[in-house]
Design a protein around this ligand. Structure first.
Ligand code: FES
Length: 127
């Protein structure tokens, strides 16, 4: 596992996340609660966020892994339609305009995507 650092957590193979296509969800412990993160690909790069809308703290995807709206330019919350810029997580329209998604650091290495825990978002087994 050359180059992989000890605390990185494997999410999926790179080809599981196509540009503007379905995202991949992964379990996390966020601020002490069981939650999910997700990774999508935009502008060639993986971007990951906590799957929690900035409006009401519920999951965004309208069907499992479906985060992009039809143009493929924005992530959209299924509940009230807030749209988020995929590479910054900034809410560009909707009830939480000016808010943002909580980013999760990700890295793509050797055709695999990993996420990096931080102080508040941990792997689920880390209590
Ligand atoms: S819960 Fe996401 S826009 Fe309201």
């Amino acid at each position: 596992m050359a180059g992989e650092t000890a605390n990185e957590v494997f999410i999926c193979e790179s080809d599981a996340v196509a540009e503007g296509g379905r995202g991949v969800r992964f379990p996390v412990l966020a601020f002490g609660d069981a939650a999910t993160g997700f990774v999508v690909r935009y502008d060639g790069k993986p971007h990951a966020y906590l799957n929690r809308c900035a409006h009401v703290p519920i999951e965004l995807d309208w069907a499992e892994g479906e985060f992009f709206e039809s143009s493929g330019l924005y992530l959209m919350c299924a509940t009230h339609g807030a749209i988020y810029v995929p590479d910054s997580g900034l809410c560009a329209g909707g009830p939480c305009k000016g808010g943002r998604l909580r980013p999760i650091a990700v890295r793509e290495l050797d055709d695999k995507i990993y996420w990096q825990p931080d102080e508040f978002i941990r792997p689920p087994q880390a209590k």
